[in-house]
Design a protein around this ligand. Structure first.
Ligand code: EPZ
Length: 422
């Protein structure tokens, strides 16, 4: 078990390159089940979640090998249609294997993912979509048993009651091999969904409307393996931009698609940052105390829920009161009690946090509860006076590749230590 020891008070300045997007990898990796053969997924981030999914796919017969940021996947010899609980419980995105396995083999037995640190994460939309494509779904002993009709899945119209990244990805992957036409409406627009759609088309799928909320999919009989580059991680990029803004530093981030961060850049500018966009680089300069700036999360292209906790840490340094409302997850505020330990003044009212910024933050020992909450604690500790310890950083390692090394390169003082403390 590792912890971080952080000495706060130093501004972050410098230049870093952004990694491949975790949430893109967790969509395009399962897609390799749709076509037998060898795939080369470049710019794959070296993350715990990628290793977890690789192990699950390996248990099902795929061969996965990650060398630096090159992921080689061979799905020629799939031996099992089952995704066991021991894997799925570690990472809910394992559930994304349902659609491709069902589409290619006509049957699948996938453990229900269960909840996560901040509450229930239902998969009803995934299952309703599969049923609309003709699958027979039963749930027993914590597993989803899915069976395609004789002749395979059939194209259909399906409307997502709410915008869902994972459900859109799962149902899209099931539909590309279904017989006939599938029309998906209210499909999610996140860049990771668009990236999956583009890879499926490269594999031979027929999909119209990629990047819009209406996807028209003409099923094909087979797909072929491809090589694909993973898009950059907009959430990692936003985390670094916010870190520089909080410390009144100057940072340039490379290998990013600025359009993926339009809502975040707008809010950073509203708070007083100077942001320059130049091709696939973004430079942020902050020389003053930030203005209190309210955010409300929304599906893409709105402000991402995955940067909500980081924004809260940022608003602790603003002179005045701001609010954060998360409309995607109403209970994704496990970071608040830990931030209070650092001296923050935050009050909750349902799914809205009221932040009274400007209070002096002082170092303390705090506990990571989930991936993005942990990022929020690091950012707060970087500006807090004195020494902080952050326990259970394995949460961070799920979604950030060596974040302490990269923040230290920018001027932070973070030391990773092994500990028996839990
Ligand atoms: C993806 O999760 C991301 N994970 C999450 O990032 C991100 O927070 C989330 O999208 C929202 O942007 C991956 O891509 C691996 P959803 P996902 O389905 O697909 C409800 C991170 O930190 N819903 O878009 O699980 C759901 O409860 C992670 O990197 C249903 O009701 O999210 C939520 O309120 C955390 N029924 C809303 O939809 C369903 O069947 C959006 O969830 C599915 C979802």
């Amino acid at each position: 078990m590792d912890k971080f020891v952080i000495t706060g008070g130093k501004p972050l300045n410098g230049r870093i390159a952004i990694s491949g997007a975790k949430n893109a990898s967790l969509a395009i990796m399962p897609a390799t089940f749709l076509a037998p053969g060898a795939f080369h997924l470049t710019n794959t981030p070296n993350l715990r979640d990628v290793w977890t999914l690789s192990r699950l796919m390996g248990a099902m017969g795929a061969h996965c090998e990650l060398n630096d940021n090159d992921l080689f996947v061979d799905t020629a010899n799939i031996t099992s249609f089952e995704a066991p609980y021991e894997h799925v419980k570690k990472m809910r995105a394992s559930f994304h294997v349902l659609g491709p396995i069902l589409a290619r083999y006509g049957e699948a037995r996938i453990s229900l993912p269960g909840g996560c640190a901040w509450g229930p994460r239902p998969v009803d939309l995934h299952l309703k979509g599969m049923e609309k494509l003709g699958a027979e779904i039963t749930i027993e002993n914590g597993y989803v048993n899915a069976k395609a009709p004789n002749g395979g899945l059939r194209g259909a119209r399906f409307h997502f009651d709410i915008s869902s990244v994972g459900a859109t990805e799962n149902v899209m992957m099931a539909a590309v091999l279904a017989k006939g036409t599938t029309i998906l409406t209210n499909a999610a627009l996140e860049p990771e969904v668009t990236a999956l759609g583009r890879m499926l088309v490269k594999m031979g799928a027929k999909i119209e409307g990629i990047g819009t909320t209406t996807l028209e999919i003409e099923g094909v009989s087979e797909l072929k393996p491809v090589n694909e580059e993973t898009i950059p991680d907009r959430i990692e990029a936003g985390t670094f931009l916010i870190a520089a803004a909080m410390t009144r530093g100057k940072i340039t981030i490379d290998n990013i698609n600025p359009y993926h961060l339009a809502a975040v850049i707008a809010k950073l500018e509203e708070s007083g940052c100077e942001v320059d966009v130049n091709g696939d680089s973004i430079t942020l300069t902050m020389t003053e105390s930030p203005k209190p700036t309210d955010i409300t999360t929304a599906p893409y292209p709105g402000f991402p829920t995955d940067l909500q906790a980081q924004w809260m840490a940022y608003m602790l340094t603003a002179q005045g009161t701001s609010s954060i409302t998360d409309t995607i997850y109403t209970d994704r505020f496990k970071h608040v009690p830990e931030l209070l330990r650092l001296g923050a003044d935050v009050e909750m009212a349902d799914n809205t946090a009221i932040i009274k910024g400007g209070k002096k933050l002082s170092g303390a020992t705090v506990m990571s509860t989930d991936l993005r909450a942990s990022a929020s604690l690091i950012l707060a500790a970087i500006v807090a006076e004195g020494r902080s310890e952050i326990l259970r950083v394995y949460h961070l390692d799920r979604g950030y590749d060596a974040i302490e090394k990269r923040l230290n390169l920018l001027g932070a003082s973070i030391r990773r230590e092994n500990t028996e403390e839990f």
